[in-house]
Write a protein that binds this ligand. Structure first.
Ligand SMILES: [Mn+2]
Length: 334
């Protein structure tokens, strides 16, 4: 882990950079690519050169908000024109998306790491990690707002709003703080279009996804611990039946979390032929899912975390998790 710097020091580093390459984690969500593209826009609006590199496809529903002004691949020689690399919203070196031609270990540039994951372990010269920020987008607003004379252009404000709205479930999750609302208010005043963000994030579900969700709720949900643990084991066939990819369904787990009495919710499905993906959510801070994810080699936030298990079938993964969560919920109940 790199030594940490606070937001004031990170703002100073940011204002001193001239030609930045901005990157984020693989399979970027709204906060990841929103933060990367917004930071690119902010740097450019304030007289710096900046380029974002996003090799992985973005969620379809956000394509309109993201525009097309970013790189999807870069050769090692292409790194020469940058004097630094800024990585946003990525907790681990091996999750940083560079497109396969560049190795993170041989990046050869000073790295500024800006993130809100409590377990961030990215190798960097400067690491600004604030786990109290609801989104990396909120932290980027905090940094940009702290630099005298810097402005946040409307396009950047909108992308930061997207990061905040998606990572807080539209200000419903417990990661929402006073600073989150301050950031959102300031971003509205900078020209963010909240209607466009909300429509893309919450009101643009394809019909096939709605049908997938209905079928999943009918056929895949299991209840344990008297309904305090609800989980869905989703077979490959269900994804095929509705031609649906989980990549576009980051909010699906909330269908379980929003049910009355649920403390911990989980989705268990196959990500690759030999890899199970488990998403975890909690709605009671006495039972955080971050430590559960870390027990299984995963990570994330305290109330929203994920695990990838290699070489394990869906049922075996579900069983392991069920045992662990049952003991967690029962242990604390005593
Ligand atoms: Mn985030």
């Amino acid at each position: 882990m790199s030594p940490r710097i606070d937001a004031a020091a990170a703002a100073k580093v940011l204002s001193g950079l001239n030609r930045a390459l901005v990157v984020t984690h693989e399979k970027p969500d709204g906060d990841a690519f929103g933060s990367a593209l917004a930071l690119r826009d902010i740097l450019v609006a304030n007289g710096r050169e900046a380029t974002a590199l996003l090799p992985d496809p973005l969620p379809v529903k956000f394509l309109k908000l993201a525009g097309t002004d970013y790189l999807t691949e870069l050769d090692p020689a292409g790194l020469d024109r940058f004097d630094c690399v800024i990585v946003v919203d990525a907790a681990k070196d091996d999750r940083i998306a560079l497109g396969g031609k560049i190795a993170w270990a041989r990046i050869g540039k000073p790295v500024l790491n800006i993130d809100h994951h409590i377990d961030n372990a990215v190798s960097a010269v400067w690491s600004c990690v604030d786990a109290t920020a609801a989104a990396s987008a909120e932290l980027i607003w905090t940094l940009a707002a702290a630099i005298p004379g810097w402005r946040i252009p409307p396009a950047a404000a909108q992308l930061l709003m997207l990061g905040i709205v998606t990572d807080t479930g539209s200000f419903r999750f417990t990661n929402t703080t006073g600073n989150t609302f301050r950031a959102a208010a300031a971003l509205l005043e900078c020209g963010a279009n909240l209607e466009a963000v909300t429509n893309a994030a919450f009101f643009s579900k394809p019909l096939k996804q709605q049908r997938f969700e209905a079928d999943m709720l009918q056929s895949c949900v299991r209840s344990a611990c008297g309904g305090r643990y609800l989980y869905a084991v989703i077979p490959d066939e269900l994804f095929q039946k509705y031609d649906f990819n989980m990549r576009d369904g980051e909010a699906i787990i909330d269908l379980l979390r929003e049910i009355d009495g649920v403390v911990i919710a989980a989705l268990i499905y196959r990500q690759l032929p030999d890899r199970c993906k488990i998403s975890l959510r909690s709605k009671d801070s006495s039972y955080p899912v971050g430590p559960i994810a870390r027990t299984f080699g995963g990570g994330g936030h305290e109330m929203a975390a994920g695990i990838t298990l290699a070489g394990v079938g869906l049922e075996a993964a579900a069983e392991q998790l069920l045992r662990h969560i049952t003991s967690t919920l029962e242990e604390h109940a005593l």
